[in-house]
Design a protein around this ligand. Structure first.
Ligand code: GCV
Length: 714
């Protein structure tokens, strides 16, 4: 035996071959085990693809990969069904057999599919059919997911289609590979070696996205470097688009509104200037020559220092429509962000996006979508829903959420965001009567067919993609909720857990339980009862509720907490900034009254005395302390639960999460102690019985600096 073979044997013997590092994501395809082996094998004896497109080839290769992993063997491929247990997949257009089955494909659009047990040529078979090859691919992934989550295949009858058309990732990746708010290493896009080297990882990225229905990706940061639009970079973008195409993923770019000046040699970027219009038209033509299915532009304009139409006294609509006109002949769209607030504007920051965009309703071209963050400020652990949802009846709105956990503890805090997004999606805006939930608003394309949801990516080049195992769940949940905004966060967590950690029911229950309370724990130890934006400056790592000296008032945590000797909270009721008036009357009344505002939103909408009596009978002060301690206690409980799971989980992934939870517990205590020390310096109240004083004085916490925290904006 050769030396190398001996080393390999030793590695296998030591279990290294079975070590898991998270690279496979939820597509692990581990052996299904005895209970399921015979049943699944009987339903996967033969692959019968219809058509030979790159997408169908990708579907075949995924079936081979999945079945080899789960059942230990790859079934043979055939041109027609010739044995029991065949899997027949394709479109009616490419298969007369599928057409003859007369499946209910009508109304499923391009992306929907049917998976059904049928008889073909006298044999038992499973058909996976759709109106397009990409729909077939989605069906194949769903078929494999059923196996990964141990759902029966016999008698299967699934008919599903996405409720939103655009299901997109927004990468905040810079051209030097630094990722703004990225906690998972460098950007996946190796611009330096593209377009020649198309790393296999790009295909795995596309597989993972397609498996959850994601069909668009914006490759670069919304704080956009104009260089991405230069010919040299467009070739690299085209190479990525080529890799993603078979997986149904369209490439989009963030466009810098000032590009005509920065790289085009023009003196202005005024959207009404014919030379500027011609420049963008030529740029769009150039892009589509390289990338015929290019999706379009995402634009952050006149926000946080980015150039925009207002630099030329034009409106957001005029800016967006000028770009839309350049893309229109090619079928491209503009996604224009509503994340605006201005240093010159003294209006409550929570009101500014609505004030700016509501009057523009109906003024956007029909290939423009307005992208609105889930809440009115900025991806906080908890915010009420954004008042623009339901308030722009003539404009297709896309919701933007932040998958990367800029404000929820980066990659080391376990915070499952499915619950946070479902909370927003399920909220009733009342804008068009009861039942106008945010999900329903998003699903309504205003007759343009444009609907969508965008998630700021948490993906980097770390081996496990997202910087932690549990952050993979947020990528997964985003895809699932973008596919079906009315989906259940718990059901999604359960599917992900089975695929990621294994099928043991006790373990699954324990992990899902942890996930379901994890985000509330973060809210409790960081920003309970409606507080927001209490994070340290710049990187947003750790607490900074005392910060008051930053150049722009709305960058200071004190702007949001408004804490003083008398009380705490931001009065956004009619006696304060009146932000509540931006909501439908029913919701405004709910938020506006101390009698009805939910506790979780109390300090977002009201300034109350420290001694204010909560509906529970507790004082606000005592309740605040309770929440901080509850947050820390939940993390401690998660640590205990996790420790019990050791026998079920492979060593590397178990050890990493154990260490991360230690960090989370440490950080939760830090948040709790620092916040209490600061607020106590104002309230001068003792802690309620049973709650420990912070071990250090306020100065100690104020002095903690973490200048090298990852993911900073440059
Ligand atoms: C890309 C927040 C983040 C910024 C981000 C901005 C945005 O303010 O801190 O890093 O910029 O949101 O969404 O544009």
């Amino acid at each position: 035996m050769s030396g190398l073979a001996l080393i390999l044997l030793a590695l296998v013997g030591a279990g290294v071959a079975h070590a898991e590092d998270g690279y496979a994501l939820w597509l692990r395809y581990r052996p299904v085990g005895q209970t399921w082996d015979a049943r699944y094998t009987a339903a996967a004896t033969q692959l019968v693809p219809a058509g030979g497109s790159a997408t169908i080839t990708a579907a075949t290769s995924e079936l081979n990969r999945g079945l080899r992993g789960m059942l230990g063997a790859v079934p043979g491929q055939a041109a027609s069904v010739s044995r029991d247990g065949a899997i027949l997949y394709g479109t009616p257009a490419n298969s007369r057999v599928i057409a003859a089955l007369d499946l209910p494909l009508k109304g499923l659009g391009n992306d929907g599919f049917v998976i059904r047990s049928v008889r073909v040529n006298g044999h038992r078979a499973t058909v996976i059919a759709a109106n397009s090859d990409v729909g077939v691919l989605y069906g194949v992934f769903r078929f494999l997911e059923r196996m990964e989550t141990r759902e029966p295949l016999a008698g299967v009858d699934v008919r599903d289609a996405p409720k939103l058309k655009l299901r997109m990732l927004n990468h905040w990746d810079n051209l030097d590979r630094h990722v703004e708010r990225g906690y998972a290493g460098l950007s996946l896009w190796d611009w330096f070696t593209l377009p020649e080297w198309k790393a296999p990882r790009y295909t795995d990225y596309a597989r993972a996205n397609a498996s959850i229905g994601i069909n668009g990706t914006v490759l670069n940061n919304v704080n956009a470097n104009p260089d991405i639009l230069r010919p040299r970079f467009l070739k690299k973008v085209a190479a990525l688009a080529d890799v993603f195409r078979p997986y149904g993923i369209h490439v989009y770019l963030s466009a810098n509104f000032g590009a005509p000046v920065a790289i085009g040699g023009l003196k202005t970027a005024d959207p009404l200037d014919p030379k500027v219009q011609a420049w963008w038209k030529a740029k769009a033509d150039e892009i589509y020559r390289l990338i015929p299915d290019f999706g379009g532009f995402l634009v952050k304009a006149n926000s946080e220092g980015q150039p925009g139409p207002q630099d030329y006294h034009r409106t957001h609509a005029q800016g967006a429509n000028m770009l839309a006109a350049a893309l229109k002949p090619h079928g491209g769209i503009v996604i224009w962000r509503a994340f605006v607030y201005s240093a010159q504007n003294s209006e409550d920051r929570a009101k500014q996006a609505y004030s700016e965009f509501k009057p523009l309703d109906g003024k956007f071209a029909d290939n423009v979508m307005v992208q609105v963050k889930n809440g009115p400020i900025d991806f906080q652990p908890r915010e009420p829903f954004h008042p623009l949802f339901g308030a722009m009846p003539h404009t297709p709105l896309m919701m933007e959420v932040e998958i990367t956990k800029e404000y929820l503890g980066f990659n080391t805090h376990l915070a499952y965001l499915g619950t946070m997004w479902a909370e927003v999606l399920d909220t009733d805006t009342w804008q068009h009567g009861q039942g106008t939930t945010v999900a329903r608003v998003l699903e309504d394309g205003k007759g343009t067919g444009l609907t969508g949801m965008a998630g700021v990516s948490n993906i980097g080049n770390d081996r496990d993609w997202t910087g932690s195992e549990f952050d993979q769940a947020n990528w997964y949940a985003f895809g699932r909720l973008a596919w079906n905004p009315q989906g259940s966060a718990e059901a999604i967590a359960r599917d992900w857990t089975k695929m990621t950690w294994g099928e043991n029911p006790q373990m699954v229950d324990a992990i899902v339980g942890m996930m379901m309370e994890s985000r509330e724990a973060v809210v409790n130890y960081m920003t309970p009862l409606g507080l927001a934006h209490q994070m340290a400056t710049g990187h947003h790592h750790g607490p900074g509720p005392w910060v008051h000296n930053l150049s722009r008032p709305e960058w200071n945590p004190v702007y949001y907490n408004r804490a003083d000797a008398n009380g705490i909270g931001f009065d956004r009721s009619a006696t304060g900034s009146d932000a509540i008036a931006q909501y439908a009357p029913h919701v405004a009344a709910l938020f506006g009254s101390l009698n009805t505002v939910p506790d979780k939103d109390l300090l977002w909408f009201h300034h109350v005395p420290w001694t204010y009596r909560m509906r529970s009978g507790q004082t606000l002060w005592d309740s605040l302390i309770d929440h901080y301690d509850k947050g820390v206690a939940t993390v401690a409980q998660m640590q205990r639960t996790w420790a019990l799971l050791k026998p079920y989980i492979d060593k590397q992934r178990f050890d990493e999460e154990t260490a991360f939870m230690e960090i989370q517990h440490h950080d939760a205590l830090w948040w709790r102690n620092a916040s209490i020390a600061y607020f106590q310096s104002l309230s001068k109240l003792p802690l309620p019985a049973g709650h420990a004083e912070p071990p250090h004085d306020l100065r100690y916490y104020e002095a903690i600096k973490t200048p090298y925290a990852p993911g900073q904006a440059e």
